[in-house]
Design a protein around this ligand. Structure first.
Ligand code: BGC
Length: 266
């Protein structure tokens, strides 16, 4: 892989597993120093940091609940203390609390909204403040880059998951509105909308042959996504290769958003 992110500092939230883990690893492979945020799985975040350090890059694990303002501030302080500043922020933390609509509790609704939407708001806000505070750096054409981890469910309705789909729909407009607001400062805000990626969050959808067959009916490209598919997209969006890409959602979904049910004339 090219060293397109050499000299840059990245923070990835929710990076102790799944997509965040893969994105942190990919950014490090592209030359970035990486702060690996975790909420509850310190051990796997520490392990990832250690394995990145072995390759000669810098990394450290930092715990924080992204829905807690004080913890977000402490996390950004820790990143600044360790690396001086941050150039790339990936607001990735997210979770599902699935329930049928009639059974969904307010707690299920609030937890998902707080982590997925308010968490990205707080993360992106602190990122913007830091980019503006420290001004341009020679490592990138942009003042800073923010990548919001969305989902195909920012546009695909999802029965049994209204809290999750609503949070991702919110991310879409938050990302675009923020991108419009900060683009004049040369801050690039974009989103990645993954489809079905093989991670713990959707294990039920791929860990048996029957489930996988059913899932693949929704994926025209005929395979489940791997975290590396998202990692490569994140490296590109974070690099100067995508310098003119502003306020865009990059769907990385094997065609899941192409209405595969219409492939046979509907
Ligand atoms: C969800 C997964 C789901 C995928 C495609 C993701 O945003 O977190 O559980 O498999 O969308 O439906």
């Amino acid at each position: 892989m090219t060293q397109s992110l050499k000299g840059q500092v990245a923070l990835v939230t929710g990076a102790s597993s799944g997509i965040g883990f893969g994105v942190a690893e990919a950014l490090a492979n592209a030359g970035a120093s990486v702060a690996i945020n975790y909420h509850s799985h310190a051990e796997s975040a520490e392990k990832l940091a250690a394995s990145i350090e072995k390759t000669g890059r810098q990394a450290f694990a930092i715990g924080a609940d992204v829905s807690d303002e004080a913890e977000i501030d402490a996390m950004f302080d820790a990143v600044k203390k360790r690396f001086g500043t941050v150039d790339i922020v990936v607001a990735n933390s997210g979770l599902q609390k699935d329930a049928s609509f009639v059974d969904m509790t307010l707690a299920d609704w609030n937890t998902v909204m707080n982590v997925n939407l308010a968490g990205q708001f707080l993360t992106a806000q602190r990122a913007v403040r830091e980019f503006l505070r420290r001004g341009p750096r020679p490592v990138s054409k942009a003042l800073g880059k923010i990548i919001c981890m969305s989902s195909v469910h920012e546009v695909i309705p999802w029965a049994g998951h209204v809290n999750y789909a609503a949070s991702k729909g919110g991310i879409q407009m938050m990302m675009k509105s923020l991108a419009q607001e900060v683009a004049p400062h040369r801050i690039r805000v974009n989103a990645i909308a993954p489809g079905a990626i093989r991670t713990p969050i959707n294990r039920d959808a791929w860990d048996s042959k029957e489930a996988l067959e059913k899932l693949l009916k929704l994926v025209p490209y005929g395979r489940i996504g791997e975290i590396d598919d998202i990692g490569r997209a994140a490296v590109w969006l974070a690099s100067d290769e995508s310098d003119y890409v502003v306020g865009t959602t990059l769907y990385v979904d094997g065609g899941m958003t192409l209405y595969p049910g219409f492939a046979d004339n509907g």
